[in-house]
Design a protein around this ligand. Structure first.
Ligand code: NAD
Ligand code: UFG
Length: 339
């Protein structure tokens, strides 16, 4: 496989994956509508890799514009990151989330069919497991029962991919269920750059550290966990990126439709992550205990044996690496990609 279409390639996970792809000699074509990312990302990718990827500012929902890409390039595989991802916003604007996330996936499948593109890697999420009945979570655990429209879009797309596969048995589809991506490229040139006040824990911590926010709200300390704060499986974004290269290699074996959890297999509480950040960077993070967020679960972490057995992939970096790298990115770019 040589030429990879990367939708959402200027986003947080997409940009790190594009760097890994270029470093491994893939030809990359990025399609992103920049609804949640900046053009500056392309300059940063060039600084790291010496190569500026081909870029089209297009919405994947726009079939006519997308068709031009399929006409122009011979695409060996697609990595489909494009999508809206804010749980909070999805509750306010469910229609937008269904039309954007499910709608763009439908367009891609129609074009894959039309242009005979056989290989797809899809960004799913641990959120598809809903409220876990047990942890760690295995790929064959039931999915559904999501508490928000964002999660439901991921379930709907997984169903759509299964349906597509039933009628396209010669296609190869890797559904990757990410746990909680944190960290940044070790150069500090690319990283997570949320718009407005961050919803997620690590960018909130780094914005407190850099002085953009006064203190962290820890949402709940009465969960059934080691110290009462929520437990998640934090995976370094560079490990996550390498998971996509492993998935591309796996697709070359023509496995049909496969599903992998991408996490570390280890749960970390909010307080443990805060303390790891403080220790790694020698910065105090002031916090208060705030109410629980609606829909949050006690514990969520992965069993990742399947990805190791079938793709030879496992996470190599730990939360200390991620805390150090997230801080390097934020301290070098206090306002993200906006100077
Ligand atoms: P991100 O917002 O940084 O990247 C997504 C990119 O998609 C953005 O650059 C955005 O501009 C683009 N996009 C959105 N809709 C588009 C459309 N219709 N056409 C073209 N481009 C469009 O998010 P991320 O954290 O890099 O996440 C990437 C993918 O992984 C998403 O599908 C997300 O749902 C999924 N995911 C993320 C997490 C996480 O915690 N970050 C966890 C699980 C799954
Ligand atoms: N938290 C805080 N304070 C904050 C932000 C988060 O205490 O300011 C806590 C949460 O309560 C939770 C933990 O930190 O216990 C992690 O929260 P995140 O928002 O960083 O991550 P979530 O696990 O809630 O959600 C993430 C992605 C979702 C995805 C889900 C899948 O953001 O898109 O993982 O498990 F659906």
């Amino acid at each position: 496989m040589k030429t990879i279409l990367v939708t959402g390639g200027t986003g947080y996970i997409g940009s790190h994956t594009v760097v890994s792809l270029i470093e491994n000699n893939y030809e990359v074509i990025i399609v992103d509508n920049l609804s949640n990312s900046k053009l500056e990302v392309l300059n940063r990718i060039e600084k790291i890799t010496g190569k500026k990827p081909v870029f089209y500012q297009i919405s994947v929902q726009n079939k006519d514009e997308m068709r031009q890409i399929f006409e122009k390039y011979h695409i060996d595989a697609i990595i489909h990151f494009a999508g809206l991802k804010s749980v909070k916003e999805s509750v306010e604007k469910p229609d937008l989330y269904f039309s954007n996330n499910v709608g763009s996936s439908k367009v891609l499948l129609e074009l894959m069919d039309e242009y005979n593109v056989k290989n797809l890697v899809f960004s799913s999420s641990a959120t598809v497991y809903g409220v876990p009945k047990r942890v760690p979570l295995y790929e064959d655990d039931p999915i559904g029962g999501c508490t928000n429209p964002y999660g439901q879009t991921k379930v709907d797309i997984e169903i759509l991919l299964n349906e597509y596969y039933k009628t396209h048995k010669d296609s190869n589809i890797a559904i990757l269920r990410y746990f909680n991506p944190i960290g940044a490229h070790s150069s500090g040139l690319i990283g997570e750059d949320p718009q407005g006040v961050p919803n997620n824990l690590m960018p909130y911590i780094t914005q407190v550290a850099v002085g953009r926010l006064p203190y962290l709200n820890i949402n709940g300390n009465d969960y059934k966990t080691v110290d009462g704060t929520g437990v998640r499986d934090y995976i370094h974004v560079v490990d996550l990126a390498s998971g996509h290269l492993s998935a591309l290699k796996k697709l070359e074996e023509k496995p049909g439709l496969v599903i992998y959890n991408l996490g570390t297999g280890k749960g970390t509480s909010v307080l443990e992550l805060v303390h790891a950040f403080e220790k790694a960077n020698k910065i105090k993070i002031p916090y208060v205990i705030a109410p629980r967020r609606p829909g949050d679960v006690d514990e969520n972490y992965a069993n990742c044996d399947k990805a190791w057995k079938e793709m030879g992939w496992k996470a190599k970096l730990d939360i200390v690496d991620a805390c150090r790298d997230s801080w390097r990115w934020q301290s070098k770019n206090p306002n993200g990609y906006d100077k």
